[in-house]
Design a binder for this molecule. Structure first.
Ligand code: FE2
Ligand code: FE2
Length: 151
């Protein structure tokens, strides 16, 4: 059983997203590599945002001191989701695909950096130790089925 704390787990998933984003913009046309990377990215972004909202942002939303931070991040999840949807609806063989992928990369990287630099510290301060441990276990268990995604 992993003893990683909540923040280590979230960071690890962020790193995976960064790696896939780096790789996806190196793909071209309607290739198998591009199709595979898009599928992996879709899985990663969707599952991470979902369980992060349930196990990380929900408790932060309930506290006055972290409410605004949580609202901001969840709003960004929606922006990322909308742009991901746009990418999925764009013809892979068109040049618009790569520019939308780059836009998504930029948006996601901004979001991940902001979470790591501006949300984790106050969250670490305001969440009780026991709660962090519980949330880490719940997050990990929920993400488990997505962990074997090979990139
Ligand atoms: Fe997030
Ligand atoms: Fe995150």
């Amino acid at each position: 059983m992993s003893t990683e704390n909540l923040f280590e787990q979230l960071r690890k998933d962020h790193e995976m997203q960064r790696d896939v984003l780096d790789m996806i913009i190196e793909t071209s046309g309607e290739s198998e590599a591009r199709k595979k990377m898009l599928k992996v990215l879709d899985e990663l972004l969707t599952s991470h945002a979902k369980y992060e909202e349930i196990y990380f942002y929900a408790p932060l939303m309930e506290m006055e001191s972290t409410h605004e931070l949580a609202r901001h991040s969840v709003a960004e999840h929606k922006d990322i989701d909308d742009l991901l949807q746009k990418l999925k609806d764009t013809d892979m063989s068109s040049s618009a695909w790569l520019s939308t992928a780059k836009e998504l990369k930029h948006l996601v990287e901004h979001h991940l950096d902001e979470e790591e630099q501006e949300v984790f510290r106050p969250a670490g301060k305001f969440l009780a130790e026991k709660e962090k441990t519980n949330l880490a276990h719940q997050y990990r268990d929920s993400m488990q089925s997505h962990r074997d995604i090979s990139i």
